[in-house]
Design a protein around this ligand. Structure first.
Ligand SMILES: [Zn+2]
Length: 246
């Protein structure tokens, strides 16, 4: 941080990651107004599919915070968002997790190696770690990316689905769990193509194996649910393209 910026922060307070305005009362990332807004938004828990939990809807504030997690190096935002969500013990998703067969295995969607090098961490791993603390589970890196997938935001829905269908494989321990719940964790759920491909990778292994009559339950948990229509708007913004209203 340069000197002028440091002095500005000293005088006006640092920038809130939610609204971008300077504040002297950050907690440490959000101003009081954004903390209240996040609390309000956290009450909208979403179930985009029968086995899918999303902790927040896509709103300006959650979009900014997940952007900070993915692109501004604020890795601690994963824990912050999970702690303020309904995944905590008394929350809606917390109660759902409580009812699932134990133990809970939180499996992050792996990041492509090149992206990992660039970012220095996998945001899905950070979210999985926060969820594991919240719900008394463990993080298990049981998935691996098989093929390079071009940036998902630059593809149409059909192309995305085709691309990710076979993109993951399981790297399971010798003793595959025969009970409990495997929860695939990702940052954003849109069409479900990515997490669906992860579940398919588990299903392929579970169908083949001999698990003595027991099988783990499969679920998905993401920080955000983004409706496909708004993902298209994101794509347009990402590419800085003129987007025809038709
Ligand atoms: Zn703010």
């Amino acid at each position: 941080m340069n000197l002028i910026r440091s002095m500005e922060n000293f005088v006006f307070g640092a920038e809130c990651l939610g609204c971008g305005r300077a504040s002297e009362r950050l907690d440490p990332w959000l101003c009081p107004g954004c903390v209240a807004e996040l609390e309000r938004v956290s009450k909208v828990t979403l179930f985009p599919g029968p086995d899918v939990y999303s902790l927040y809807p896509m709103r300006p504030i959650t979009r900014s915070l997940v952007h900070a997690l993915k692109y501004k190096g604020v890795s601690g935002m994963a824990t912050y968002l999970v702690r303020h969500s309904s995944a905590k013990i008394s929350g809606v998703v917390g109660s759902e997790l409580d009812l699932l067969p134990k133990p809970l295995y939180f499996v992050p969607v792996p990041l492509h190696r090149a992206r990992y090098r660039e970012r220095g961490y996998n945001q899905a791993e950070k979210i999985a770690a926060a969820l594991a603390v919240c719900a008394d589970g463990r993080v298990c890196k049981w998935l691996r990316r098989k093929t390079f997938v071009v940036s998902q935001t630059k593809l149409s829905r059909e192309e995305r689905e085709r691309n990710v269908q076979d993109a993951f494989e399981c790297v399971l321990p010798k003793e595959m769990p025969s009970r409990g719940t495997i929860i695939v964790v990702d940052d954003v759920y849109t069409t479900g193509a990515t997490t669906g491909a992860c579940l398919a990778a588990f299903e392929r292994v579970l169908e083949k194996g001999n698990f003595g009559g027991g099988l783990p339950v499969l679920k998905v948990c993401t920080l955000l649910y983004d409706e496909p229509a708004s993902a298209i708007a994101d794509y347009a913004a990402d590419c800085q393209m003129e987007w025809d209203a038709d």
